[in-house]
Design a protein around this ligand. Structure first.
Ligand code: NAD
Length: 259
């Protein structure tokens, strides 16, 4: 029996990253988990994603620290001798107008949402290049393509992620390594739930009204994109049909960027 392929999904203890980890596990990968959370909840995810009775690896590296990102990726390669798929998914949000945007929040968002993608990619590429095969998927956002008010750091970071995706793709175009970005619109995860709650509070309305308003403003289908659909796109990009797909940014945004 051949060894299972190895994938690392950053920020996979919640939301989109967890859906991706589940989908890659179902596709036959041994998943290495990363992200914050309650120890019991993380232990349950590790057991759920076990392979041959061995719980999924977990490394709680704080991706705002470059050395920790590098150690996370090197740890995967040292332990398994390879890294077949890297999904750079971890991300955070903070909303405020530029003049009120705390500089430390700017630094933190740039560190986690953009610089960590560079550090992880930089650490993973030599192992992928050595076996002339690898897939890197960066979870960007529609905010990598268009802007919204009060999201300066997030929009800047996600635009950066798409640029970095293209450079990674070009530099490795003949190496059997692909790199692509996925750009979801609204996905109902804790990251967005916090924005819905903030909106409900600011408008003095209930949570469901705030959620409907959020969709009406941006997403013409008036539906949230599902985390499972983002995960299905990752499975496509990491599977055989994704062999010659590289340097692209795929929107899953209910028509957001068609306007
Ligand atoms: P989430 O808050 O549900 O999950 C974020 C994950 O990142 C968690 O596992 C968290 O522990 C981890 N994380 C946060 N800071 C970290 C750090 N310093 N080190 C390590 N891990 C850290 O959010 P989500 O909505 O699932 O977002 C996942 C990705 O998808 C993000 O990059 C986000 O920008 C992007 N995205 C989300 C949406 C959406 O509508 N939810 C839309 C477009 C793009």
């Amino acid at each position: 029996m051949s060894e299972p392929r190895i994938c690392l999904v950053t920020g996979s203890t919640s939301g989109i990253g967890l859906a991706i980890a589940r989908a890659l596990h179902a596709d036959g990968y041994r998943v290495v988990l990363n992200g914050f959370g309650e120890p019991d909840a993380i232990a349950a995810i590790r057991s759920e994603l076990a392979v041959d009775g061995v719980p999924a690896d977990y490394d709680g590296a704080d991706l705002s620290r470059p050395a920790a990102v590098e150690a996370l990726v090197r740890g995967v390669v040292d332990r398994h001798g390879r890294i077949d798929v890297l999904v750079n998914n971890a991300g955070i949000q903070h909303t405020a107008r530029i003049e009120a945007f705390p500089p430390e929040k700017w630094d933190q968002i740039l560190a986690i949402n953009l610089s960590a993608v560079f550090h992880a990619t930089r650490a993973a590429l030599p192992a992928m290049q050595a076996c002339r095969s690898g897939r890197i998927v960066n979870i960007a956002s529609v905010h990598g393509l268009v802007a919204s008010v009060e999201k300066s750091a997030y929009v800047a970071a996600k635009h950066g992620v798409i640029g970095l995706t293209r450079v990674t793709a070009l530099e490795n175009a003949e190496s059997g390594i692909t790199c692509n970005a996925i750009c979801p619109g609204w996905v109902l995860t804790p990251l967005v739930e916090r924005q819905i709650e903030a909106r409900a509070q600011a408008r003095g309305c209930d949570r469901d009204t705030a959620a409907r308003e959020l969709l009406a403003e941006k997403e013409p289908t008036l539906r949230f994109t599902r985390a499972e659909d983002v995960a299905a796109m990752v499975v496509f990009l990491t599977g055989p049909a994704g062999d010659n797909v590289t340097g692209s940014a795929f929107t899953l945004d209910g028509g957001w960027t068609a306007r």
